[in-house]
Ligand binder design. Structure first.
Ligand code: FES
Length: 290
């Protein structure tokens, strides 16, 4: 197997080998980064895959699939992590390289057409550059081999190599889950730091904060005081946003609407559960998490 890996690195000119190395390492790191992120598969946490998917702009050409993606967010997250490990490992080992390049191209193109769709100018989003990089690698492989070759399932060595790649990808995800990065610096209970000033929040408006568990929350100010609520929708965990016109908290996923001036009661949508309160303490002009 090691001879095959060595041979695969000799067939491309140096610039393509450098590109291949960069893409392979980056894709493995991307899988590892997600696997070690404690919030990636945790509803309501910062960086939750469902909240990321819910932020796909309406103008995205793939917006028609948004609801299905959000409903299956956890599965999508798991598939993304395993695929990134598998694509990275295949790119570095040279086994099924053409499929790895095709997978990397499809992934980058999907990210470009969704999460990076509104990045302007386009070159500020890295996904557009990765589309081109994978396309160049794919083109170079085609020039060498001229065809797509499916794995030969009657060849025991190829089946074992394929199983090894899949197994290593799953082990990568499991290992990442056990090496979770620590939570991002949060304002913890009892923190002496004020999270906001009352005078900075105009009456009838809100600000976004992160609660003591790292989940998104909202502070809303009325004439009678300030109130804090979790920003995690009680339907399926997307992050609600304050709508300046209606002065309601609205979930971008399935349209749940909450009234922040009235204990975050449900005004519309598929849920009947109000947003939970977040405990805060107001001392003079300063607001603290409790
Ligand atoms: S997640 Fe469905 S309405 Fe918010």
């Amino acid at each position: 197997m090691f001879t095959a890996i060595q041979r695969s690195w000799r067939i491309h000119p140096l610039p393509i080998s450098i590109l291949r190395l960069w893409l392979g390492v980056t894709w493995i790191y991307a899988g590892w980064h997600k696997a070690t992120d404690p919030g990636f598969l945790t509803k309501g946490a910062n960086g939750y895959i469902g909240s990321q998917l819910a932020r796909i702009p309406k103008s995205s050409p793939l917006n028609f699939a948004l609801n299905k993606l959000v409903e299956n967010a956890d599965l999508m997250g798991l598939v993304a992590m395993i695929s990134e490990f598998a694509i990275g490992l295949a790119t570095l080992s040279g086994f099924m390289l053409v499929y790895a390049a095709l997978g990397g191209l499809i992934m980058s193109l999907t990210l470009w057409l969704t999460l990076s769709w509104t990045v302007s100018p386009y070159f500020l989003g890295s996904n557009s550059a990765y589309v081109i990089m994978w396309a160049v690698l794919l083109g170079s492989i085609f020039r060498k081999s001229g065809r797509l070759r499916l794995p030969n399932f009657s060849d025991r060595r190829e089946v074992l190599t394929l199983a090894l790649l899949g197994g290593l990808s799953i082990i990568g995800v499991i290992a990442g889950k056990n090496f979770k990065r620590g939570p991002k610096k949060l304002l913890s209970a009892g923190s002496s730091n004020a999270i906001a000033k009352v005078s900075d929040i105009a009456i009838g408006t809100s600000i976004n904060i992160v609660d003591t568990f790292g989940a998104p929350a909202i502070i809303f100010r009325t004439k009678s005081g300030v109130y804090a609520y979790s920003a995690v929708c009680t339907h399926q965990g997307c992050t609600v946003e304050f709508d300046k016109n209606s002065k309601h908290l609205i979930c971008p996923c399935h349209g749940a609407e909450y009234d922040p001036a009235n204990s975050a009661k449900v005004l519309a949508g598929p849920t009947t559960t109000p947003l939970p309160k977040v405990e805060i303490l107001v001392k003079g002009d300063e607001i603290f998490l409790v």
